[in-house]
Ligand binder design. Structure first.
Ligand SMILES: *[C@@H]1O[C@H](CO)[C@@H](O)[C@H](O)[C@H]1NC(C)=O
Ligand SMILES: *[C@@H]1O[C@H](CO)[C@@H](O)[C@H](O)[C@H]1NC(C)=O
Ligand SMILES: *[C@@H]1O[C@H](CO)[C@@H](O)[C@H](O)[C@H]1NC(C)=O
Ligand SMILES: *[C@@H]1O[C@H](CO)[C@@H](O)[C@H](O)[C@H]1NC(C)=O
Ligand SMILES: *[C@@H]1O[C@H](CO)[C@@H](O)[C@H](O)[C@H]1NC(C)=O
Ligand SMILES: *[C@@H]1O[C@H](CO)[C@@H](O)[C@H](O)[C@H]1NC(C)=O
Ligand SMILES: *[C@@H]1O[C@H](CO)[C@@H](O)[C@H](O)[C@H]1NC(C)=O
Ligand SMILES: *[C@@H]1O[C@H](CO)[C@@H](O)[C@H](O)[C@H]1NC(C)=O
Ligand SMILES: *[C@@H]1O[C@H](CO)[C@@H](O)[C@H](O)[C@H]1NC(C)=O
Length: 808
């Protein structure tokens, strides 16, 4: 009976009050009696009539008296000293009751006291949370940023805010309509802020659906237990069109005389009180645009299409903390052309040569001019006209220019160097607005009736080493031409006509002296060609007049003897590559390298940089063998150098060995922390286990997980596959002690052949501070653990909670 005294019934209380201490010897053991002194009690609210404590009296005291905040429900039985409740405490009404207790003697005089007896009322979760409105309404704009709240809901709970009883968590229960797999809205479970989800930010569209009803709930106990109280409220959301839209491409006429800045467009944010700003896409010395705080975009200076014909930049909105509010809007500006550029002659003076005997109608050259205004428009259309011809002899209209193309032609066959050796033309080039004058100088040149004649018909020979560098001049030659100097009729082009199929030589002409320089054009190679018998021709760029022909005086002979230089061996390939399995036996031939010596000397091979001592080479044959066991997991691509040497020379090449994987590594567990489960188990818990493998995988590794053949393990645990790399470990029942269990798990990989590893998984069954961490209690008599030591945090535990709640 006495053992039950913490939860007495009214009947029990009655009998208890009338009992003497002697009849209930066990009371002392329960620590519910003691001498009168200052005392603090902690009593849960509710629960009705009950005994709190009994004060024992010492003579001469015979009775007790309590005063203070008894509030009609706390009192002391004068004779027995039993402090009791005659009704229920209510934390929400009063959290602390302060009493003064005295002991009295027979005459009613105070013997001891008054002592402070304080009763702290402990909250119990007896109040559901309440929303401050039954129904909330909110407005969201299309394309709002995900996670940016546009409204809040709020609920209160009268329970003790320092306990989980008043820890509220919000969630969305229903979402009407819900056309996508993911909700369009989300709620912050702590603040009650409602915002569009990523999906919502993308899909919300008032044209499709402009009203949504959400049912939001609030739970106390942080939503963590099944017996938390829940309330709900409706949230009506109206979707409005986004104001935040990029304007269509803006067209601005260049070089405009308006007063700057000029308003070219305006944008509007969906949010009030944002700061508008421009963000450059291209790095310009200066962006000629600005935006004001109403979103009006201005061009700040006249634009020049010929300098830059399009602009592209972003308008951004920021809040007062500098965070972006809307998605940046892309603004395109096209600068429209006006005819503000005159035609430009391509050359200050266009020089044209014409032979005396040229026919009428002949096309003698083209005057080139450009206009920077927009191509393909009338602003850049050019027309040509001859303004003047000096001298005007033998006629004033010797030349004609095609109006649209600038092509110059002869109007008659009347040029004569004795009458005029040159003419100056002024050509008028016009676009719709501007006119430019271009100068043309026309030289009448002698006809090409002389052939170049070589000073020697045979330059005999030179002997050169094959190592002579490209570009070296090996011979100078000379021919002369009797035509007018410095014209295409006398300028000489030298060419190797015969004896040089691979263009090993090239001849350059000095345009003043017509001297020719025979140079090496490509590397010589004694082994490929040791003698060249060259035949060299001399010709003019201008054609010869009819009746005159080149003859053998325009040809000369020349021999080149190439001498040998001792050259290093040459490998057949610039790089040798091979691929082998990592498990091939020692002394396997992996490849053969081969080099030859241009002089035919014997070549010997050696390896350099074989840091792992994996390879050796037969110095005579170039065969490369494995020298020890290879291992792809140490190095997948092995690169060494092979050297080929002859008596004095040496060359090197690269040998690359790719190792093919062989399944030679058993799989491993790949988790930062071993799994744990919270004690006591509720049933339905499960935890991830994950494996990995050092071997190369075909796309991705595939493992199988199983329990070892162990009675204990199979009775207690279960493994279920999730996918190729993950499985769940779940307890088969809930009767686990709070300790570390060894679970023998076997993991197999999918190699050929597969490898297996047995691991002892240490699974902790432990007290948890929350479902996120394993917890060791240090003060067992606290009713709500607040301190402790987390010994492991496992990612993905939220899924475990969710699952176990669903299953439980
Ligand atoms: C009762 O609690 C108060 C405040 O927490 C404390 O100051 C006082 O010492 C306590 N008295 C006893 C007897 O524990
Ligand atoms: C509340 O939301 C946070 C972040 O989204 C999450 O980590 C936490 O687990 C949630 N709490 C509950 C009780 O759902
Ligand atoms: C700026 O120009 C836009 C059209 O380009 C116009 O809609 C807007 O009202 C103008 N804003 C101001 C402040 O003049
Ligand atoms: C603007 O036009 C005037 C004539 O219309 C011209 O003289 C000036 O060079 C032009 N400016 C630019 C930058 O093209
Ligand atoms: C061009 O012709 C003029 C006579 O018309 C003459 O004096 C001048 O030397 C000539 N210039 C050349 C480079 O031939
Ligand atoms: C090379 O030319 C020299 C004269 O420069 C001549 O004496 C010699 O015989 C020539 N050698 C050959 C092989 O033609
Ligand atoms: C020209 O090149 C070809 C192919 O590279 C080679 O076989 C031949 O020997 C070369 N001839 C001379 C004269 O260098
Ligand atoms: C080649 O032609 C020129 C005249 O054009 C002449 O002087 C020369 O003798 C000719 N040479 C030979 C080898 O016929
Ligand atoms: C296997 O499942 C785990 C847990 O659901 C997941 O994190 C992982 O990405 C999955 N792996 C594959 C290859 O699907």
């Amino acid at each position: 009976m006495c053992g039950d005294s913490r939860h007495p019934s009214a009947a029990f209380l009655h009998s208890f009050l009338s009992l003497s201490q002697a009849l209930c010897q066990n009371l002392g053991d329960l620590h519910v009696t003691g001498p009168l002194k200052d005392m603090n009690f902690s009593v849960p609210e509710g629960g009705g009539v009950r005994v709190i404590y009994q004060f024992t009296s010492e003579p001469p005291a015979v009775s007790f008296r309590a005063t203070g905040e008894k509030d009609g429900i706390i009192d002391i039985v004068p004779k027995t000293g039993v402090l009791y409740l005659s009704g229920s405490l209510d934390w929400e009404t009063k959290t602390v009751h302060r009493l003064q207790v005295e002991s009295l003697d027979e005459k009613g005089n105070v013997v001891k006291g008054p002592y402070a007896v304080t009763i702290h009322v402990e909250d119990i979760n007896d109040n559901p949370p309440e929303f401050d409105q039954i129904k909330y309404t909110g407005v969201v704009r299309q394309n709002s940023r995900p996670g940016k709240p546009f409204m809040h809901v709020h609920a209160t709970d009268r329970d003790d805010p320092t306990t989980p009883h008043a820890q509220l968590t919000y969630s969305i229960l229903h979402h009407f309509p819900n056309p996508y797999t993911e909700m369009l809205f989300q709620i912050n479970n702590v603040t009650g802020a409602i915002s569009p989800s990523v999906t919502g930010s993308y899909y919300l569209d008032p044209q499709k659906q402009d009203t949504f009803t959400l049912v939001v709930t609030v739970k106390d106990m942080a939503g963590m237990t099944m017996n938390a109280f829940t309330s709900s409220a409706d949230v009506i959301i109206t979707v409005k069109e986004s104001l935040w839209k990029a304007p269509p491409t803006i067209r601005i006429q260049e070089n405009s005389t308006q007063i700057y800045p000029v308003n070219i467009s305006q944008v509007h944010s969906n949010e009030p009180d944002v700061i508008y700003d421009l963000f450059e896409k291209e790095k310009l010395p200066r962006l000629p645009f600005s935006i004001d705080q109403n979103g009006v975009i201005y061009v700040t200076d006249p634009l020049d299409r010929e300098e830059k014909d399009t602009y592209s930049f972003f308008v951004v909105t920021k809040d007062n903390k500098g965070e972006l509010v809307d998605k940046p809007l892309h603004i395109h500006v096209i600068v429209e052309d006006i005819n503000d550029n005159p035609p430009v002659c391509q050359q200050a003076l266009t020089v044209i040569e014409v032979q005396e005997n040229e026919d009428e109608g002949s096309n003698i050259g083209t005057l080139l001019a450009t206009d920077m205004d927009e191509e393909g428009t009338l602003n850049s259309r050019l027309q040509f006209k001859i303004g003047s011809q000096v001298p005007a002899v033998p006629a004033s209209n010797l030349f004609f220019i095609q109006q649209e193309t600038g092509i110059l032609q002869l109007t008659s066959r009347s040029l004569n160097r004795r009458i005029a050796s040159n003419y100056s033309l002024k050509v008028l080039v016009t676009d719709a607005v501007f006119q430019t004058i271009c100068d043309v100088q026309i030289y009448v040149i002698d006809i090409n009736d002389q052939i170049p004649i070589f000073e020697k018909s045979d330059y005999h020979n030179v002997t050169v080493a094959e190592s002579l560098p490209v570009g070296t001049v090996i011979l100078e030659i000379q021919a002369t031409d009797g035509d007018e100097p410095a014209t295409g009729s006398s300028y000489i082009i030298y060419q190797v006509k015969e004896g040089d199929p691979n263009n090993t030589f090239i001849i350059e002409t000095d345009s003043v002296t017509n001297r020719g320089f025979v140079k090496i054009n490509k590397a010589l190679d004694f082994e490929a060609a040791s003698v060249y018998n060259l035949v060299i021709s001399a010709t003019n760029p201008e054609p010869l007049v009819p009746g005159v022909q080149y003859n053998s005086s325009s040809l000369t002979l020349f021999k080149v003897f190439v001498t040998n230089v001792d050259e290093p061996p040459v490998f057949h390939k610039t790089v040798y590559k091979a691929e082998v399995s990592e498990d091939i036996p020692v002394n396997t031939l992996v490849m053969t390298v081969e080099a030859y010596d241009p002089e035919g000397d014997t070549v010997r091979y050696s390896l350099e940089g074989d840091v792992r001592k994996w390879l050796r080479v037969n110095s005579a044959t170039g065969q490369v063998y494995t020298a020890s066991t290879l291992d792809r997991e140490q190095q997948g691509t092995y690169t060494v150098e092979v050297a080929a040497s002859e008596l004095t020379q040496k060359s090197k090449t690269t040998l690359i060995l790719h190792l093919r994987d062989v399944n030679d590594n058993p799989p491993l567990l790949a988790m930062d922390y071993p799994p744990f489960f919270c004690h006591p188990l509720r049933g339905g818990e499960r935890a991830f286990i994950q494996a990995a493998d050092a071997d190369e995988q075909w796309y991705y590794p595939t493992f199988t997980f199983s329990l070892a053949d162990d009675m204990n393990a199979r009775n207690n645990w279960e493994i279920s596959k999730i996918n190729a790399t993950h499985a769940y470990l779940s307890p088969k029942h809930a009767n686990f002690e709070e300790k570390v269990y060894n679970v023998p798990v076997i993991i197999n990989d999918n190699g050929k052949p597969p490898l297996e590893r047995k691991v002892n998984l240490k699974v902790n069954i432990c007290k948890c501070s929350s479902e996120k961490s394993c917890f060791i209690e240090v003060q067992r008599d606290h009713s709500w653990p607040s301190t402790g030591q987390a010994i492991g945090i496992l990612t993905g535990v939220l899924l475990i909670i969710g699952t176990s709640l669903l299953l439980g």
